[in-house]
Design a protein around this ligand. Structure first.
Ligand code: FES
Length: 93
């Protein structure tokens, strides 16, 4: 069965790439030759911090380095987040 692909749109550039449900958003961006800033790649350092404008994600770690308030405000870490739908997001770095 082929992997589920979702469309990720990066604002404000309106740049789009396909993201695999089974890979992190960072991995899918890099596969599309888009290179957001990253360092630890495991949800610790916050280098990749971004804003999720719309869509649903899940984390592949129980402890992504965001507070509940930051998550509520829409901040997300694409190095350890996987898409559950099409996404619109903004890279902060
Ligand atoms: S690269 Fe470190 S939290 Fe994403």
């Amino acid at each position: 069965m082929p992997a589920a692909l979702f469309t990720v749109t990066l604002m404000p550039e309106n740049l789009q790439f396909q993201a695999d449900r089974d890979k992190t958003i960072l991995q899918s961006a890099e596969r599309a030759q888009i290179y957001p800033l990253s360092s630890c790649r495991n949800g610790t350092c916050r280098t990749c911090i971004s804003t999720l404008i719309s869509g649903d994600i899940r984390y592949n770690t129980d402890w992504p380095g965001l507070s509940a308030e930051e998550k509520q405000a829409g901040l997300m870490l694409p190095c350890c987040a996987q898409p559950l739908s099409d996404l619109v997001m903004k890279l902060e770095a």
